[in-house]
Design a binder for this molecule. Sequence first.
Ligand SMILES: [Mn+2]
Length: 320
Amino acid sequence: MEAEIDQIANLLLQKDSFLILTHKNPDLDGIGSMIALGTALKNKGKKVTLFTEEKLEPPLGNIKGADLISSDVPKGKFSATLVLDCSDLNRLGKAKDIALSNRPLISIDHHETNDHFADVNLVVPDSSSTGELVYKVIKKAGLHIDQLSAEALFAAIQADTGCFKYENTTSTAFSIAAELLKYGVSPWDVYRNTNEQYTLSLLKLLELSLGTIELHHDGKLSIMSITLNMIKTVGAYPGDSERFVSYPRFIVGVEVAALIRQVAEEEYKFSLRSNGEVNVAQLAAIFGGGGHAKAAGFECKGELSELKRKFIKEVGNFLK
Ligand SMILES: [Mn+2]
């Protein structure tokens, strides 16, 4: 890990224009890492372009510095591309080709399913978050951390550790978070701004989706579903519903929880969470997805009852 940190720190200082990317359907770890690294490089006089395919919506989009990120496909040449929190090139979506034509490609990530697609790969599955690794790189390069980058890094670590409660909440994660507070970060403000902020329609959507929870495999698998019809019923864009996946996971006896969200007529996103027994990154990989042992996901196309049947059967193979 130290060799890659050194190598990336040197590249950050040598090169002068950077394209900074994260995975499709970005999360706070990816976005916070982008804002922090982008700001630190900008303050060093470097040119930075931050891109996400989707326009950021609240609550994710409430993060300070979100205005630095554009959803217009980047043009021009960059002297390096930084890919943050992204396990493979296909998860880059529209940015994949631009990334490949602006090398060196530098990947900073902590997904155990990362396939080491880049020219330099700082991939540390033991790391709580990509934010933690970005902090180490920024420190190594001697880049200045201002309040904006400190808040963005804190948001990244706070999010990926589930507010410092998951098993990846290591002493390193706590030490870096403690360090970041010295820059004036308020944990409460960061949390409330980027996690709560439910709209009434999002709560109405939660009400509808709680009614869909079903149990399989003797109560070890719980499935919750959100359809396009339900979203239509509650009104316009309701906010980030992926976090609802915690509710089926809370149920006594559940080992694997799945939230199935319909995104188009015959297109679905499966978000998976584990309470420990099953490695859902491996489960998701069978369906072409990936993630972490306790939080993963995949996307698929087809008829829902058939997709669900296959999924339920596969979960059975993973349960003891
Ligand atoms: Mn992450």
